[in-house]
Design a protein around this ligand. Structure first.
Ligand code: ATP
Ligand code: MG
Length: 256
C-alpha cells in the first residue's frame, strides 16, 4: 500500500543551511497494516508522515501509494497533525465534515456519522462549539474524528494522543483500534510512548537520531483484539524492552 524506497529528505533552512532530516529510509506498509514509529525528538518522524501525505517532496528515493508516485495530497489519505489544525471560525461539526464537503463527497448520512464519531470521542453536546471553546485535548479529538470520517485508505497520525490525559489516551487508543478493526486502513502512527506503540501496532519502527534512519523494526506478536491487560504479558515486555534498548543504544551511539 505505502512504499518508501531509499527515501531521504534534506531541508534548506531560512539561513541557507541544510538539515538532513531523513536518510535512506525503506519501508513498506501493507493495506490494513498498523505501523507505529518511535524515535527521539527531531529524528524526522513528522517529516516521514509529510512525505507520505504528499505535503513535501522527497529529496532522494521514492514515495509510492499503491504503486503510484505520491506528488500531492490524495483524497484517500487522511492526516492527524501533531498540533490540532482546526478552522477557528467553524464549529465542531463543520470542522469534522469539512474535508468531505470540500471534496464534494458529503452525503445525506455524513452529518449523522460525524455526530456518532464525536459521541464516541466523548464530544457529544459540543457539536456547535467553536475550537476556541474547547481544551487542547478536545480539539485534538475533533481532528481525529475529522480524519476518521473521511474513511481513508491511509491514515497518518502524528502523536495524535500527545495532548490527552492518560485515561482519555487509553480510551482513544482502544476506540482507534476498534474503528481500525472495522475498516482496516493502513495506519502510520507516530508516538513517543513505547507501551502505546506496542499495544496498537503490528510492527514498530524505531528511528535513529538525525538524520533519521530505520534502526530496527519490531514485530509485535500479541493477539488481537488488544487490551491493556496484555501489558503484563511476556510478548509485550519483550517488545517494549527491545524498542527501549534500541532507542537508548542509538542515543549512546549518537552521543559518542
Ligand atoms: N520545513 C522545514 N524546514 C527546515 N527544517 C525542517 C523543516 N521541517 C523539519 N525540519 C527539520 O528536520 C528535522 C526533523 O524534523 P521532524 O519534525 O520531522 O522531527 P520529529 O521526529 O517529528 O520530532 P518531534 O518528535 O519533536 O516531533 C529537524 O531537525 C527539523 O528542524
Ligand atoms: Mg514531530
Amino acid at each position: 500500500m505505502i512504499g518508501l524506497a531509499h527515501t531521504g529528505k534534506t531541508f534548506r533552512g531560512r539561513d541557507g543551511a541544510e538539515v538532513e532530516a531523513l536518510r535512506d529510509v525503506s519501508l513498506s506498509v501493507a493495506d490494513g497494516e498498523f505501523v507505529a514509529i518511535v524515535g527521539a525528538s527531531g529524528c524526522g518522524k513528522s517529516t516521514l508522515l509529510r512525505l507520505v501525505a504528499g505535503l513535501v517532496p522527497a529529496s532522494t528515493g521514492t514515495v509510492t501509494l499503491q504503486g503510484q508516485a505520491v506528488t500531492a495530497p490524495r483524497e484517500d489519505t487522511a492526516m492527524v497533525f501533531q498540533a490540532p489544525t482546526l478552522l477557528p471560525w467553524a464549529d465542531v461539526l463543520r470542522n469534522v465534515t469539512f474535508p468531505l464537503r470540500l471534496m464534494g463527497k458529503a452525503g445525506s448520512d455524513t452529518e449523522d456519522r460525524a455526530r456518532a464519531l464525536l459521541a464516541t470521542a466523548g464530544l457529544k453536546g459540543f457539536e456547535t462549539k467553536l475550537p476556541s471553546e474547547l481544551s487542547g485535548g478536545m480539539q485534538q479529538r475533533v481532528a481525529i474524528c475529522r480524519a476518521l470520517l473521511q474513511n481513508p485508505r491511509v491514515l497518518l497520525m502524528d502523536e495524535p494522543f500527545g495532548a490527552l490525559d492518560a485515561l482519555t489516551r487509553e480510551e482513544m487508543s482502544l476506540e482507534l483500534l476498534r474503528l481500525w478493526g472495522e475498516r482496516r486502513m493502513a495506519v502510520i502512527f507516530v508516538t513517543h510512548s513505547i507501551p502505546e506503540a506496542v499495544l496498537l501496532a503490528d510492527r514498530v519502527v524505531v528511528m535513529s537520531p538525525r538524520p533519521g534512519r530505520i534502526a530496527d523494526i519490531v514485530e509485535v506478536g500479541l493477539p488481537r483484539p488488544r487490551s491493556f491487560d496484555q501489558e503484563g504479558s511476556d510478548e509485550f515486555q519483550r517488545c517494549a524492552r527491545r524498542i527501549r534498548d534500541r532507542i537508548f543504544g542509538e542515543r549512546r551511539a549518537a552521543a559518542a
